[in-house]
Design a binder for this molecule. Structure first.
Ligand code: KIV
Length: 272
């Protein structure tokens, strides 16, 4: 089987399930702006996630909690303009869908109307069932997110692997089944044991997309800045670095500083 698809048709949520059925793995990466999305999309990505990890990598916050709906909309608008083929999924930020399902629906509608995105992602299972169901009634596709859910970091108190214990693993399995039953199109599994992720993947007909959840998932997702090596202070076990852009960018910028100081830039051909 070819590992790079020649299929230039826009990816839909339905296509993700078809990919699972025929055993084709789903590739997913984050992007937060037009330029990055254009590169990621052009390289053949199936799904682009406008993650609320923008809070960490774009805004410099420690957690994802400060992200607002307006900020997510701003990031998503740029990404949608840059992505021609990939399915664009937008994270609903903390505080915009938990608790009140009517507010969840109006926030979800705002994101879809103002960005042109294809799908939304919400963190949690049973606790947010009503919000997911209400959003789905408007015809908005929803991707679930279980395991390590960063918006609940204050409850967990740690970014360590989740669901290692039987009770939490059972809850995760029943949440995954629930998300499928109520109509989610896929579910992200973050930082859980590979054996559990494989079990969940085999149990569901909708695709699972893993991050730190092993090779048994139907797809994989990473934060683009991490896999490109732009963020050299973050190296969890699950992260594979495909480039060292931190060094490439630092060297290039250092060279520019040197050239300006040495009056080597601009030269005769670089001026009017
Ligand atoms: O916000 C994000 O980037 C995410 C991925 C880590 C799955 O939710």
């Amino acid at each position: 089987m070819s590992t790079y698809t020649e299929d230039t048709r826009k990816v839909t949520t339905r296509r993700l399930t078809e990919m699972k059925s025929r055993g084709e793995k789903i590739s997913m990466l984050t992007s937060y702006d037009y330029t990055m999305a254009k590169i990621v999309d052009g390289a053949g990505m199936d799904v682009i996630l406008v993650g609320d990890s923008a809070s960490n990598v774009m805004a410099g916050n420690i957690t994802t909690l400060p992200m607002t709906l307006d900020q997510m909309i701003y990031h998503a608008q740029g990404v949608v303009k840059g992505a021609k083929r990939a399915l664009v999924v937008v994270d609903m930020p903390f505080g915009t869908y938990q608790g009140n399902s009517k507010e969840a629906l109006s926030n979800a509608i705002r994101v879809m109307k103002e960005t042109g995105a294809d799908c939304l992602k919400l963190e949690g299972g049973e606790e947010i069932k009503e919000s997911i169901e209400r959003i789905l009634t408007a015809g908005i596709p929803v991707m679930g997110h279980l395991g390590l859910t960063p918006q609940s970091i204050n409850k967990f108190g740690t970014y360590a692997v989740r669901a290692k214990e039987e009770a939490e693993a059972e809850k995760l399995k029943s949440d995954a089944k629930l998300l499928e039953e109520i109509g989610c199109c896929a579910v992200v599994l973050e930082k859980i044991p590979a054996k559990l992720a494989k079990e969940v993947t085999e149990m569901l007909t909708i695709p699972t997309i893993g991050i730190g959840a092993g090779a048994g998932c139907d797809g994989q997702v990473l934060v683009v800045h991490d896999m490109l090596g732009m963020n050299n202070g973050f190296s969890p076990r699950f992260l594979r670095r495909y480039a060292d852009l931190f060094t490439v960018m630092t060297d290039a910028i250092h060279q520019y500083v040197e050239d300006v100081k040495a009056q080597d830039f601009p030269n005769e051909t670089e001026q009017y």
